[in-house]
Ligand binder design. Structure first.
Ligand SMILES: Cc1cc2nc3c(=O)[nH]c(=O)nc-3n(C[C@H](O)[C@H](O)[C@H](O)COP(=O)(O)OP(=O)(O)OC[C@H]3O[C@@H](n4cnc5c(N)ncnc54)[C@H](O)[C@@H]3O)c2cc1C
Length: 293
């Protein structure tokens, strides 16, 4: 295996002149290992070793105070998972692509760029990667609902080979190393909305909706919400309500009722569950107003 191994980064306290004194006082338990494998095969081997071994992409979540403790970090930077390919029939976004790269790429659909640009700060956009956004269990996401609304697939590496499944299914299993996000229907109509308290805050709720409307009949509708619960919710009841109907048959009130029957918002210090419900209602009205006109 060709690997680079090193210790975890030292903090200023550990490298200060008083470090030797300080180090003597501490009984070092276990040093976190760092690897940067050059093949998916090697990365998988490292991931499957005993212990808490985490793939390391942008490091936003893994450097965060709420992140789980790791025995080793497996940096995916040398796995060749970068690049964005856009054609009329397909979009392929590599797992190592940063959110800033998405925001900057003018050939991507506006709604994907809007979601990417909405990230809190440029620093986070420069660090966070598409693979990290999909795999990270952050409590709210600008991009995940949009990928869901596009009915995106995930290409991932598991047990020595690449596979492809829908994002929805991948989120249930969370297996393997994500290689790319694939959008096979880039011409779908997709809308996204989000609500936040202040410009530099994380969003309270992010919603996205997508569908096709050939001959004004609604097909393959998706309504997805992040920030309401501790996971992405894709409303199957809203989909059932919408699919097969003519656009003029849709009542926004009935659609909202259908969607909210699948979404159980939890309140926090920023917004109560009731406020979150009202936000989702207003998103539905705005997005489906645009999609069905
Ligand atoms: C301070 C801060 C601000 C944030 N602001 C926003 C915001 O405004 N909007 C928003 O939507 N989100 C925001 N986030 C959430 C952020 O998008 C996620 O934390 C995301 O996981 C960051 O991606 P990363 O590449 O840095 O992931 P990492 O921290 O490197 O990894 C996150 C998780 O994903 C796993 N992982 C990474 N890559 C892969 C892969 N290719 N295959 C399988 N598993 C993988 C890692 O093992 C880890 O468990 C913020 C997070 C932080 C900490």
């Amino acid at each position: 295996m060709s690997l680079f191994t090193g210790n975890a980064t030292l903090t200023s306290r550990e490298t200060s002149p008083r470090a030797s004194l300080w180090n003597r006082k501490i009984k070092w338990s276990k040093i976190m290992e760092y690897y940067a494998p050059v093949s998916l095969k090697d990365a998988e081997k490292l991931k499957k070793r005993k212990g808490r071994n985490f793939l390391f992409a942008g490091g936003c979540f893994l450097n965060w105070r709420g992140s789980p403790k790791a025995d080793s970090l497996i940096d995916i930077k040398n796995l060749g998972l970068g690049g964005i390919r856009v054609s009329k029939t397909k979009i392929v976004i590599g797992a190592s692509v940063t959110v800033e790269e998405l925001a900057d790429n003018k050939s991507l659909p506006d709604v994907i760029r809007k979601a990417a640009k909405s990230f809190e700060t440029r620093n986070v956009r420069n660090m966070a990667t598409v693979g990290g956004v999909v795999a990270g269990k952050f409590f709210v996401s600008h991009l995940l609902p949009v990928f869901a609304a596009y009915q995106a697939d995930i290409e991932y590496y598991l047990d020595g080979r690449k596979r492809k499944i829908s994002l929805k299914k991948w989120l249930q299993k969370r297996d393997g190393i994500i290689c790319s996000v694939i959008i096979d229907k880039p011409s779908r109509k997709v809308e996204m909305e989000f609500e936040k308290i202040s410009a530099i805050d994380l969003p309270l709720i992010v919603s996205a909706a997508g569908c096709n409307t050939p001959g004004r009949r609604i097909l393959e509708a998706v309504f997805a919400v992040s920030g309401a619960e501790n996971r992405l919710v894709i409303s199957s009841t809203a989909e059932k309500y919408l699919n097969g109907k003519k656009t003029r048959e849709i009542s926004i009130g009935e659609l909202t009722q259908a969607a909210l029957s699948d979404i159980k918002p939890s309140g926090n210090f920023k917004a109560s569950a009731r406020v979150k419900k009202r936000i989702i209602e207003s998103h539905i009205k705005k997005m489906f107003g645009a999609l069905l006109k």
